[in-house]
Design a protein around this ligand. Sequence first.
Ligand code: SAH
Length: 492
Amino acid sequence: MSPPATVFLVGAGPGDPGLLTLRASELLGTADVILHDKLIPEGILEDVRGELVDVGKIGGGAQVPQEETHRLLVEHARAGRTVVRLKGGDPFVFGRGGEEAQVCAQHGIPFQVVPGITAGVAAPAYAGIPVTQRESASAVAFVTGHTHAGTGEDPPKSEAQLEWPALAAFPGTLVFYMGVRSLPRIAERLTAGGRPPSEPVAVIQRGTFPDQRVVRATLADVAERAAGIGAPAIIVVGPVAALHDELAWVARGPLAGTSIVVTRARAQASALARRLRGLGAAVVEAPAIRIEPLAAELPDPSGYDLLVLTSPNGVARLLELVRDARTLAGPRIAAIGPGTARALRERGIAADLVPDRAVGEGLVDALRDVPVRRALIARAQDARDVVVDALRERGAQVDVVSLYRTVPEPLPDDARAAALAADWATFTSASSVRSFLDAAGGAPALRDGPRLASIGPVTSTVLRQAGLEPDLEADEHTPSGLVAALVDHART
Ligand code: SAH
């Protein structure tokens, strides 16, 4: 039997992808298998080549049992596969990395530890709070505030292990992980143990993420002030917490404090979501549609003088189906908008024609003076026929090939509730409207729900047909145009 491969216990940092270490980044690129938690920086797993296995949980949700994670570590390493066990923050700070290292040691599996930036230091730092400070804090304690909510243990195990009087007497900053739910209790016990009610506290939710939130309070009023804060959050107790008032340095984006639903299909949602988050919005991902590639028989493109592409998905699928890239050299290539043109460019194809207005009518206008004898329209099933009809009217022979279709995807209950409670819902296509309405329980459910932002007139019409008036329509009918419109609206 060949010797087992190495297991790397790797910290992913607290959330900002820029805080991933070089070593972690390098290992992510080379690992055969990545066993990862839920709460890891966005985007860092997009380009990895290894197999991804999600062993995480959110809040109190269902989790892969720890024993199963142990089993997977051993199994993959024994099969000779290099494993990255990727954890939020640092693997050895409330990350159960120690236990996983023990499992490796017990099974004779070589392992290495790659420390990460822990949330207990990074979240305060991004809130302008140094956890030590020359005059006011010469020690810092990392404490778990987890109370095993819902397990019926009373008092909860880990809290029973906490020496509250000793903690209260600790001569320095207290940093609580996993403490949001027990925040009232933490404040109460520390006060009972002798910390003054006026002691500064800061609660930092999603620290280092674009939608980081900070609540500044005292032990006396933190339970009340931070009532709206959910996990993940770090609680800082001590005089240093007050430095936030002076040193907060993260700029609030123009969409800070705004929650926005992204209804695009998952494959496309991430770019829009990322852009919105970057501007400070809290994004609710409600991917109500899924892209399903169709086993289309693609006619030889070289037989046409015009090839029309109407979406980035269409471009991706076309390139999967095309047998020989050189057949694309024949026809003039038209892209309906900048996103489609970009998707082409990323694959080494320069569109010959991109209309100013990214809708079918815009493309018809742009094609007005272009001679067309035979056109191939490569698009989604059930798309609009504006371009097809206009070209046929001009006497062109038009073939249509359906490359993919969009399939409604049911929303889990919590996603639906979050979506209905948001400030805005964004719609980037007619199909996103239809599927989201289905998933949300019909138009009536949306009437008192989020305001509606539409990418352009076609999408707006579909909303109106459902009896819903869009509150905003983008001037430029692209995802960037939609984002710009939301920012404009927030500024006024
Ligand atoms: N190993 C991780 C901690 C895992 S325990 C680390 O070193 O950071 C999970 C807890 O970490 C959460 O309940 C929360 O208290 C904290 N946490 C993780 N990421 C956070 C973030 N971005 N902002 C605030 N708290 C975070």
